[in-house]
Design a protein around this ligand. Structure first.
Ligand code: URA
Length: 271
């Protein structure tokens, strides 16, 4: 035992085992560049209140700056390729500094009649720089193909950098990225929008209902300026379907309703 501790390669193996343990537990991102001093003595309650108050002011200012920058960059793009470049140049989303390796904007037909919006990139998307290329994306592709929609979609997300540990993006992170999502909508002018999962549906439609109530029902998505609008259909996220395959049938009904609407029929899915 003592020999093992003295052996430097043992320390290395222990560190590796510890990292593997954390990775198995889902901890796969390092959030801070510098270590946190947890031995620091807690400040007095009054000092804490001051720190809380300033923390809630600073992000607001930063959010305002970032939002302004996002709007300016998004407005300068006139094509989806230019928009992808604008997203890549944007440094104001907090997620871009939380371990994501690159911006992930969109893939698909730049003349698509359907804009598909997911939640945010996962690990595989972060590696490849394309949305929905992991297991959930492969399932999405199979379902779109079965509904005859493959060449009729352009796919993006509410945020363009992988949230650490694949957590759900916060409403603030989604709001900072929203000018790019809205610009994609304005450039593409799709005939319909498919919203994958609760986080996408709530962020785009600005509603607070659960996805089980929202799915399968058409809502109007209209930009503030009123120039662009389209019917939007929330449905369940394909990652959810990987865990709950029995729910595929309702998503299938939603996709058929979407395809029927594009083809001019008004077929309402059962909700
Ligand atoms: N889940 C999403 O919401 N988006 C992706 O791009 C991949 C998985």
């Amino acid at each position: 035992m003592n020999d093992q501790i003295a052996d430097p390669s043992h320390d290395y193996r222990v560190a590796e085992a510890l990292l593997a343990f954390w990775a198995d537990a889902g901890v796969d991102a390092c959030l801070e560049d510098a270590p946190i001093d947890r031995t620091h003595v807690a400040p007095a309650p009054a000092a804490k209140a001051v720190a809380r108050a300033t923390a809630s002011v600073t992000p607001l200012v930063q959010t305002g700056d970032a939002l302004g920058e996002a709007r300016r960059l998004a407005a300068s793009a006139t094509t989806l390729d230019e928009l992808a470049a604008a997203v890549a140049a944007f440094t104001g989303c907090p997620l871009s500094g939380m371990g994501a390796t690159q911006a992930v904007f969109g893939r698909g037909n730049p003349d698509a009649s359907v804009l598909v919006i997911g939640e945010g990139p996962g690990a595989e998307e972060d590696r490849q720089g394309q949305p929905f290329v992991g297991k959930a994306g492969q399932l999405l592709d199979r379902m779109l193909a079965s509904a005859g929609l493959t060449d009729r979609v352009f796919i993006t997300n509410t945020v363009f950098w992988r949230p650490p540990g694949n957590r759900t993006p916060t409403p603030q992170e989604q709001a900072i990225c929203a000018p790019f999502v809205e610009r994609a909508f304005a450039i593409l002018k799709p005939r319909a929008v498919l919203l994958l999962g609760a986080a996408a549906a709530k962020s785009v439609l600005q509603v607070d209902e659960g996805i089980m109530r929202l799915r399968g029902n058409w809502r109007d998505w209209r930009l503030a300026e009123g120039a662009v609008s389209a019917p939007a259909m929330p449905t369940l996220h394909p990652a959810f379907l990987l865990r709950q395959p029995q729910a595929k049938k309702v998503v299938w009904a939603d996709l058929l309703a979407l395809a029927a609407r594009l083809d001019g029929e008004m077929l309402e899915p059962d909700s």
